[in-house]
Design a protein around this ligand. Structure first.
Ligand SMILES: *Cc1c(COP(=O)(O)O)cnc(C)c1O
Length: 467
């Protein structure tokens, strides 16, 4: 294939994309495929002679779409949505066309400068303090690891980077029991260790208990351990729990601990001022992660980490071999010094297209609808015979169980979930909450309508009746 062939094939890809999206409601959300079925249709070795693009494209259409879970399906109510608004897809296509490696200002001046401006647009949209800076990461997992590494190095005055961690007392990091597993992974990978990530008990509302946090820090210091940081949870993945940030981040400040807030999903909703009480106190955070690639509509991957003062993280992650030095270094930003990977894609473009093509009002109205419909769906499911809401709506997420009298509720709820997902009209996933197997329902797909939500409630009721 040559560049001259791009217009033809790009146009075909674009038409295919539009038809694919228009056909989603007719497709099962999850594929009806068994493990190994797709691989069995693909040649086991690469061809020596070139294949025609036409043939490759045909194989794509024949094999791939029916073997995919359709994340952009309007009846995808599982996990957290990973949206891809059409305007962001278009931007991604242009970013592909340029295919720059955006590690340094010099390797990508426009991408670097657009990133600075887009992070600031998003900061304003979310109501974060003036002067907060930030960087676009691939995922919240990377942002969480970057923050934990920064906590570690700040606590040991940047000795760990050169000398390793031997001879240093055990570091301690504090988070609630509702924290995402990527924080556990960060503690493991940062050499802090799972056992030194202290999970603080939560209150009735599943928020970290501030007095328990203070007690844990005091006890650790008394035991000769080295507290390093506090991680706040806003919109936890299991049931949408949020910490009382004002209290716990004030404790972090009093104790001179670095703080990071994981708002990967719920952060997008903060473009609506009426939801901001959920993260009251966010202005006290040293670091915050929000994933526009979840609820907001920027296609994967696009995770924004905000930093009150990037110096600590840069001091932790920056390494400058001679071959990466450039002459303008004093006047410019090299974002690869803020992140773990050196290589960086041009991700700012899709934020620019997204925020302009829908306006914040367009993005807000979607999120407001999702939250309203979630409240309505929870109320409707509570009315179905044998159903029980286990955790109430937190923004656009709630959990429920199905336990007709005299039956094992875990087994029945699991069976209901399996039947719903085999049916294909909607897609839901589960979590375990306080020992109970529960079904999570989240509403957050960019094109979901109230009718789609009504279909979901209908399907859940219908399948429950048939059990
Ligand atoms: C989804 C999620 C993550 C992980 O996000 P990735 O960008 O996929 O790494 C982390 N924390 C929370 C609270 C999440 O909801």
């Amino acid at each position: 294939m040559r560049y001259e062939d791009l217009p033809k094939w790009s146009a075909q890809a674009a038409s295919w994309a539009a038809e694919y999206h228009a056909s989603l409601r007719e497709r099962p959300v999850r594929p009806q495929t068994k493990p190994g079925e797709i691989a069995a249709q693909i040649a086991t070795s690469p061809p020596d002679a070139p294949d025609e693009i036409e043939e490759i494209f045909d194989d794509f259409k024949r094999i791939i779409p029916d073997g995919m879970t359709h994340w952009q399906h309007p009846r995808f109510f599982a996990y957290f949505n990973s949206n891809a608004a059409p305007a962001s897809m278009l931007a991604e296509q242009l970013s592909n066309a340029i295919s720059a490696q955006c590690m340094l200002w010099q390797t990508s001046p426009a991408a670097t400068e657009l990133e600075t401006v887009m992070v600031d647009w998003l900061r304003q949209a979310l109501g974060l303090p003036n002067g907060m800076q930030g960087v676009i990461q691939d995922t919240a997992t990377s942002a969480n690891l970057s923050a934990v590494l920064t906590m570690r190095e700040r606590a040991v005055e940047w000795r760990g980077l050169m000398q390793g961690m031997s001879g240093i007392p055990a570091l301690r990091i504090y988070a609630s029991t509702q924290t995402h597993a990527s924080v556990d992974k960060a503690a493991r990978l940062a050499g802090i260790g799972q056992e030194n990530l202290i999970k603080i008990a939560t209150d009735r509302n599943w928020a970290m208990r501030p007095e328990a946090l203070r007690e844990a820090i005091t006890a650790d210091r008394a035991a000769g351990l080295l507290p390093a940081g506090v991680i706040g949870c806003i919109g936890g993945t299991s049931i949408g729990a949020s910490d009382n940030l004002r209290e716990i981040l004030s404790i972090a400040r009093d104790e001179d601990l670095y703080s990071h807030v994981d708002a990967a999903w719920a952060g997008s909703a903060m473009i609506c001022p009426e939801f901001r009480p959920i993260w009251d106190g966010i202005d006290l955070a040293d670091s915050i992660v929000v994933n526009p690639h979840k609820w907001m509509g920027a296609n994967f991957d696009c995770s924004v980490q905000f930093l009150r003062d990037p110096t600590c993280q840069i001091r932790t992650l920056c390494i400058k071999p001679d071959y990466l030095k450039t002459i303008e270094d004093d006047e410019i930003t090299n974002y690869s010094e803020w992140t773990i990977p050196l290589g960086r894609r041009f991700r700012a473009l899709k934020l620019w297209f997204l925020m302009r093509a829908y306006g914040l009002d367009g993005l807000r109205s979607r999120i407001r609808n999702h939250v309203n419909w979630t409240n309505q769906a929870s109320a409707a499911i509570a009315q179905l015979p044998g159903f029980e809401i286990i955790t109430p709506p937190k923004l656009a997420l709630f959990t429920f169980r199905f336990a007709p009298e005299g039956n094992n509720a875990d087994a029945f709820t699991r069976l209901l979930l399996e039947k719903i997902n085999a049916d294909g009209r909607i897609y839901l996933t589960q979590t375990r909450h306080e020992g109970l197997f529960v079904i999570r329902m989240t509403i957050g797909q960019f094109d979901t309508t109230k009718e789609d939500v009504d279909v979901a409630i209908h399907v859940i009721g219908e399948i429950a009746k048939s059990l």
